[in-house]
Ligand binder design. Structure first.
Ligand code: SF4
Length: 455
C-alpha cells in the first residue's frame, strides 16, 4: 500500500484524527513560544546549519578524530557499514558477556536496523525503556513519531494495553496511575538487565565523548545499572567540539517539545571501573545520501520531530502511513534514497507549503528536497496513466491564459449544475473524502477587474 492508502486507514477514525492533529499542533505552538523567547533564534538556526555543513564536508576527519579520542578514553569503537553488520556487532558483544536481558533507551538507528527482532530471534530479551517506546513495543507496533513514539495512542488505549500486559486494574486512562505502574514495571527490568543500549544525540570529535538526551532518565538508569553499555550512532551525529553542544542542545529541546532543555542531557566519556563501553558507528546508506548533492543537507537532521508536528499531512495521516522508520517530511526525503520504488509515494505526501523548512532548527530545505524527489520519481517510476493524462492536459491549460479562463468557466458551470454522482465518483480520488468549496460565479481575474473599475 502507498501512503495515501495507508492514510485512508488512519482516517477512518475521524475523532482520533482530529485529536492527533490537535495534540501535535499543541506541541508546535509550544515550540513557537519557546523559540520566540530566545533572542537570536534565527542566528542560532543558522549556526546549527553551518556547523552541520562543516561536519558533512569533513566527516571522515571528524570520525577518525572521534574514534581516536574515544579509544584513548578506554571506549571500544566498532564500525558498521550497514544494518546487518551493526546488528551482528551488537549481538557479538552481548554474546561475549552472555547477556540475555537488555534495556534500551530510544534510538531511531536501532529501529532503522531492526535490532530488536534480530536480537529476540537469538534469544535475547530487549526492553525499550522510554515510556512511549515501551507502549508501542507492548502493542507490537513501530513508533509513529520520532520524539513521541506512541502519539497515535489514546490514554484509554494505553490503559487496556497495560491491563493485558502488566496486569493493571482499569483506570479509565488515568495518566498518573498508568505512569506509576509503568515505572514499577520498568524498575524491575532495569535491575535485572545484563546490558544497556542507548542511541547517541551528539558525538564530540575532539573529546571522544557523546551526549544522550532523554526526558525520563531511562538511558542513565540503564547504563548505571548494567555492566556493559553499547551506544549506537549514525556517522552524521558528529559535532566538532564540546562548545558546539550549546547550540544544538538549545535548538533540539525547544524544537522538539518546547522545553528550554531536555530533562537529562547525559555526557558519557569513558567506561566506569569494571565496566565496558562500546560505540558502534554506522553508515547504512548515509554516505550514499551524502553523495547526492541535492539531498545531502538531509543529514543535518537532529531528529527533533518539529517538521512532523507542523506538517498538515503528517498530523492528519499518522506516522504509520509512511511505512518508514522516520516518518513525516524528513522521512519522505530520506526514504526514497533507501528504496525509491517502495517509498515513491512519500515525497508526494506533502502540500509543499514549506512549514517543515520554516521550523527545522538546522534549516534543512525539506520542501525543496521533496519537490526534487518528485522530479526524479516521475522520470524513474511508472506513473498511473490517468495521472499522466491529467497532468498533460493541465500543462496545456496552464500554459495558455485563454484556455485557462475558458476551462475555469466551464468547470465552474459543471460543478454548479452537474449531478453530484458525476463529480464525486471512483475517478475522482481527491473527492473521496472531501467536498469542493462552494463555486463562485466569477474567477479572480474577473473579480479583480470589476474591483478596479469600481475604484
Ligand atoms: S528535519 Fe529538521 S525539523 Fe525535521 S526532525 Fe530533522 S531537525 Fe527536526
Amino acid at each position: 500500500m502507498n501512503h495515501s492508502q495507508k492514510a485512508e486507514i488512519f482516517n477512518k477514525d475521524e475523532a482520533k484524527v482530529n485529536w492527533h492533529d490537535k495534540a501535535l499542533w499543541y506541541v508546535r505552538e509550544k515550540r513557537d513560544a519557546s523559540a520566540h523567547k530566545v533572542q537570536g533564534w534565527e542566528y542560532l538556526r543558522e549556526l546549527g546549519s553551518g556547523i552541520k555543513a562543516n561536519v558533512l564536508s569533513n566527516l571522515d576527519d571528524y570520525l577518525i578524530q572521534f574514534e581516536s579520542n574515544a579509544k584513548k578514553n578506554g571506549v571500544q569503537v566498532h564500525w558498521a557499514s550497514n544494518a546487518e553488520e551493526h546488528n551482528n556487532i551488537v549481538n557479538t558483544i552481548l554474546s561475549q558477556h552472555n547477556a540475555k536481558k537488555v534495556v534500551k533507551s530510544k534510538s531511531m538507528l536501532t529501529e532503522e536496523c531492526h535490532l530488536n527482532p534480530y536480537l529476540e530471534e537469538r534469544g535475547i530479551e530487549v526492553i525499550d525503556t522510554d515510556l512511549g517506546e515501551r507502549i508501542v513495543q507492548l502493542a507490537e507496533e513501530p513508533p509513529s513519531h520520532i520524539v513521541l513514539p506512541a502519539i497515535h495512542k489514546t490514554k484509554e488505549e494505553v490503559d487496556i494495553l497495560f491491563q493485558e500486559h502488566l496486569g493493571t486494574i482499569p483506570s479509565q486512562g488515568n495518566p498518573e496511575y498508568l505512569v506509576g505502574e509503568a515505572r514499577k514495571h520498568l524498575r524491575e527490568k532495569f535491575i535485572g538487565a545484563d546490558a544497556a543500549i542507548t542511541g547517541v544525540n551528539f558525538a564530540i570529535a575532539d573529546t571522544g565523548g557523546f551526549v544522550v538526551c532523554t526526558n525520563e532518565g531511562n538511558a542513565d538508569m540503564g547504563v548505571h545499572l548494567a555492566k556493559v553499555h553499547i551506544a549506537c550512532m549514525g556517522i552524521e551525529k558528529i559535532i566538532p567540539q564540546e562548545k558546539h553542544l550549546g547550540v544544538f542542545l538549545r535548538l533540539l529541546a525547544r524544537s522538539a517539545t518546547g522545553q528550554p532543555i531536555t530533562t537529562y542531557s547525559s555526557h558519557f566519556n569513558k567506561p566506569d571501573e569494571g565496566k565496558e563501553l562500546h560505540i558502534v558507528i554506522v553508515d547504512n546508506g548515509r554516505t550514499e545520501q551524502l553523495s547526492r548533492e541535492d539531498f545531502r543537507a538531509s543529514l543535518h537532521c537532529i531528529r527533533c520531530g518539529a517538521c512532523m508536528n507542523t506538517c498538515p499531512i503528517y498530523r492528519r495521516s499518522g506516522g504509520h502511513s509512511y511505512d518508514y522508520t522516520i516518518p513525516g517530511p524528513i522521512g519522505s526525503i530520506l526514504s526514497p534514497g533507501k528504496d525509491l520504488k517502495k517509498h515513491s509515494s512519500l515525497p508526494f505526501a506533502s502540500t509543499l507549503c514549506g512549514s517543515c523548512s520554516n521550523v527545522c532548527p538546522v534549516k534543512i530545505n525539506i520542501h525543496e528536497q521533496l519537490y526534487k524527489w518528485r522530479q526524479i520519481i516521475v522520470k524513474e517510476e511508472k506513473q498511473p496513466l490517468v495521472k499522466k493524462s491529467i497532468l498533460k492536459i493541465a500543462g496545456k491549460v496552464l500554459s495558455s491564459p485563454k484556455l485557462y479562463s475558458f476551462s475555469g468557466k466551464s468547470a465552474r458551470a459543471a460543478l454548479k449544475y452537474l449531478p453530484k454522482f458525476m463529480i464525486y465518483n471512483k475517478l475522482n480520488a481527491w473527492g473521496k473524502a472531501r467536498d469542493l468549496p462552494e463555486v463562485k460565479n466569477e474567477n479572480f481575474d474577473e473579480w479583480y477587474k470589476k474591483r478596479n473599475k469600481n475604484g
